[in-house]
Design a protein around this ligand. Structure first.
Ligand code: SF4
Length: 443
């Protein structure tokens, strides 16, 4: 049986300590134990006060974990992560900027921890069956890796918990491989292999905030106050999905991971300990952007009054990098000066497998994979390419102009700030959304 501690977050340190004890404790830790914490810092927008609720691991959980490890005798603790680089030229690496913004610089001084940008460090090839990926050497050589994901949904993988969080410590080429176009070895398949590749000693799932339609800030966060702890990453993830109200048996990669390890997906080999009714504590979370079969746009785009666009439902093959730029495309559709008139029958294709439908006036091929796949497709009348891997932002703006989408004059500056100006507004004047969870108190 696998023990999973699930507690309500009530107090700093105390609540986490209880969850860890219920899960059986960290195990043997000493001054020589090389410990790595792997938070989820999926994205960082420097200079923009973007909402971090249920997007990033809270700094509260990070500091409490460090304190508890030090109480066990730990002296060698590093935080390792490789965030999505949005292509902005900055003097410091994204992780260095995020570390500063989240208060990790204070943790460095206070506890002597290190912060390592996985993408600027070395990788080593790891092979499991037919999958070979480049994994952070720091992670592979650690004595103890503590995985610290957020308790959140994911619009492709359904949930993003411990296993999904491991994608942050493989190199960029490997991340692209994970979003494979071959449906037999798709993202779900790669996630099950990642679980086998990377040895995790302990999982702490941070559910102080959870979200609908994650994994980023364009979903909606909730204050949920849950902490899940386990020595077994899969057990933690199965419980995490259940807490989110999503049956793990319906989540392809969790169900496959359980089956491949001869384990039940129904939690029957897990002992849940703590004061939380995992099936009823939270209202079920929604993970996807609904779009009826055969309908041109996601429901929310129809509701927002967009007309003249055809956009197939997004699949598992679009990488996170292209997906972040795709958000800007969507923002352009929402903000264009001529939105009310309706657009001129524009089809938009992304990822690695979408194909055009006959009869549209214009087809935008978003990203190099699309350009390669469909540039000569005879079903396309007017082909508008946004090449690049990931798709190039300048070319996106040219594409808008070419299909008659009239962006506001200051759009490119505005869209950089949109995580704050649009998504940040959802949490204004709601005291349960407390930004201090993402900072470290200074004396
Ligand atoms: S073009 Fe986009 S979807 Fe294709 S491999 Fe590059 S980042 Fe991934």
């Amino acid at each position: 049986m696998y023990d999973v501690g699930v507690v309500k977050y009530k107090k700093p340190l105390e609540s986490l300590q209880k969850a860890i004890e219920l899960a059986g404790g960290f195990g043997k830790i000493g001054a020589d134990t090389k410990i790595i914490l792997k938070p989820n810092l999926v994205v960082w927008h420097e200079g923009v006060n973007f909402p971090k609720y249920a997007v990033l691991t809270t700094s509260r959980m990070i500091e409490d974990t460090i304190k508890l490890l030090i109480d066990c005798g730990a002296k060698d603790i590093s935080i390792v992560e490789g965030s999505v680089d949005l292509g902005k030229k900055t003097k410091d690496s994204i992780i260095a900027l995020a570390a500063k913004g989240l208060g990790y610089d204070v943790l460095k001084k206070r506890y002597g921890i290190k912060v390592i940008d996985a993408l600027q460090s070395s990788f080593q090839k790891v092979k499991i069956d037919d999958v070979k990926l480049s994994v952070s050497t720091d992670i592979m050589e650690a004595d103890c890796v503590i995985n610290m994901p957020v308790l959140k949904t994911h619009s492709q993988a359904m949930v993003s918990l411990g296993i999904k969080n491991l994608k942050g410590v493989i190199n960029i080429a490997s991340r692209k491989i994970c979003h494979n176009k071959d449906q037999n070895i798709n993202l779900n398949y790669h996630l099950t292999k990642l679980m086998e590749m990377i040895p995790i000693s302990f999982s702490i799932i941070d559910g102080i905030y959870t979200n609908d339609r994650g994994p980023s800030y364009n979903g909606r966060a909730r204050r949920s106050n849950i902490i899940i702890a386990s020595k077994d990453m899969l057990a933690g993830d199965l419980v995490g999905a259940t807490v989110l109200g999503i049956d793990p048996a319906t989540i392809p990669y969790l169900s496959d991971a359980a089956t491949q390890n001869n384990r039940p997906v129904d939690l029957s080999d897990i002992t849940v300990k703590g004061d939380v009714d995992i099936k009823n504590e939270l209202k079920p979370h929604i993970w996807e952007y609904e779009q009826e079969d055969g309908v041109d746009m996601p429901d929310w785009m129809i509701r927002s009054g967009i007309k003249g666009i055809s956009m197939p439902k997004q699949d598992l093959t679009i990488c996170t990098y292209c997906a972040f730029l795709f958000n800007k495309l969507v923002m352009g559709l929402l903000m264009a000066k001529n939105k009310k008139q309706g657009y001129d029958d524009i089809e938009i294709l992304d990822g690695k497998i979408q194909t055009p439908t006959a009869g549209h006036k214009h087809t935008i091929l978003f990203g190099q994979c699309q350009v390669k796949l469909n540039k000569d497709n005879p079903l396309i009348n007017h082909c508008v390419k946004v090449p690049g891997c990931p798709a190039n932002e300048e070319d996106l703006y040219k594409a808008f102009a070419e299909v008659g989408i009239e962006l506001p004059d200051d759009f490119s500056e505005w869209v950089e700030k949109s995580p704050e100006l649009v998504h940040g507004q959802k949490y204004k004047n709601k005291p349960e959304f407390d930004p201090s969870f993402y900072t470290i108190n200074q004396p």
